[in-house]
Write a protein that binds this ligand. Structure first.
Ligand SMILES: Cc1cc2nc3c(=O)[nH]c(=O)nc-3n(C[C@H](O)[C@H](O)[C@H](O)COP(=O)(O)OP(=O)(O)OC[C@H]3O[C@@H](n4cnc5c(N)ncnc54)[C@H](O)[C@@H]3O)c2cc1C
Length: 332
């Protein structure tokens, strides 16, 4: 049964079985799995979904093309129906509580204390970090204006919507060649602009050639949205045919995917750099358990490549395992 002492955030100090930090797909799914196991759960969410700049989310089974904010609103309603408490706030600090301090002597298993931007303090037995990641775009003026709309990163999220169109892939790492390869399945008008990516090796050259991907050995100095597409300015004199500006319907770019892991670091955890150079993530075991006792991580915070459904799945799994872990704790 639930060990909730107080589920009203307005009353100040609040104590829950589990505090979920982040209310996107991963955090919401975890909260529902836990609440359905009669656990007291609080979700503290700053409301900055990673995909909020996109009008539609794709490859979300049963919700194809749904607006990201609507999907999360539905999830939140479902969670609230099971009794999950929500606070719209940022968790600013988290620490392991001093076992000798005050009420902790009564409930020593309540090991974490969290502070929020709205002044609410929360105490919890377990923490699930579902804070997502931050996409760091290359520093190209104008590029961020189209993010999630005409500037894309994932062929499975929005590639279908730009099929057959003029797609410019802006290189950032060696993985950008892979990105160009995937987008070439969707259009025969794909150009690869090297920008910051390493020069292609012989295998990459052969791939570009075989798949009919135009190769432009230039850096990009600006991306400007116009009515006829996004005009990409190339560093003078570097383009293949001498032009220093090209127009595309869509740009694909590999943003650096940095895990939102400040709170994990406060607890003594360390992120890991993804071997591909794509970004960082919180290392976990299969069900989201981290090296920090009592702390789980789900969704994009733990997996740079997790789309919505994968983030949801990791949340459900972590919720189930946290519930089992709490049962084990009660057995002593
Ligand atoms: C432009 C774009 C388009 C995408 N399109 C698709 C698509 O079509 N289909 C698809 O499957 N995937 C898509 N994705 C991927 C999708 O966004 C992620 O899979 C999904 O958002 C991951 O869910 P999450 O719960 O891990 O993180 P998020 O959805 O990012 O949620 C994290 C939440 O945690 C909150 N948070 C962070 N730090 C704190 C803190 N300290 N305190 C409190 N709250 C905090 C954030 O504000 C946010 O609300 C897209 C990604 C991008 C960038």
């Amino acid at each position: 049964m639930s060990d909730a002492r107080d589920s009203s955030p307005e009353s100040g100090q609040t104590t829950f079985d589990v505090a979920v930090i982040g209310g996107g797909a991963g955090g919401l799914a975890a909260s529902i799995a836990l609440a359905r196991s009669l656990r007291s759960v609080i979700v503290i969410d700053a409301g900055q979904l990673r995909n909020s700049s996109s009008a539609h989310a794709h490859n979300v089974l049963g919700h194809e093309g749904i607006r990201p904010q609507n999907l999360v609103a539905k999830g939140r309603t479902e969670a609230e129906e099971y009794g999950v408490t929500f606070i719209e706030a940022t968790v600013t600090t988290v620490h392991t509580r001093d076992p000798d301090a005050g009420p902790a002597e009564e409930v020593p298993q309540y090991r974490f204390e969290l502070s929020t931007s709205v002044g609410v303090e929360v105490t919890a037995r377990r923490i699930i970090i579902a804070t997502g990641l931050s996409d760091e775009l290359p520093d190209i003026p104008g590029l961020a204006d189209g993010w999630g709309d005409t500037v894309l990163h994932c062929p499975y999220c929005h590639g279908y919507e730009v099929r057959g169109q003029r797609i410019g892939v802006i290189g950032t790492t060696a993985m950008s060649y892979h990105q160009a390869m995937l987008f070439s399945q969707l259009s025969d008008q794909v150009s690869f602009i090297r920008h910051n990516a390493p020069a292609p090796d012989s295998e990459q050259e052969a791939m570009l050639d075989t798949l009919g991907i135009e190769y432009i050995d230039s850096t990009v100095t600006e991306a400007a949205r116009t009515e006829s597409g996004t005009v990409v300015s190339l560093a003078a004199g570097e383009s293949g045919d001498g032009a220093n500006a090209l127009t595309f319907d869509a740009l694909a770019v590999g943003a650096y995917a940095r895990a939102n892991a400040d709170l994990f670091a406060q607890l003594g955890g360390e992120v890991v750099a993804h071997p591909s150079g794509m970004g960082t993530y919180i290392p976990t075991q299969m069900a989201g358990q981290t090296d920090v006792p009592g702390v789980w991580a789900v969704g994009n915070a733990a997996d740079v490549s997790a789309m919505v459904v994968a983030s949801t799945a990791s949340g459900v799994l972590a919720g189930a395992h946290v519930n089992a872990d709490l049962i084990m704790e009660s057995l002593g």
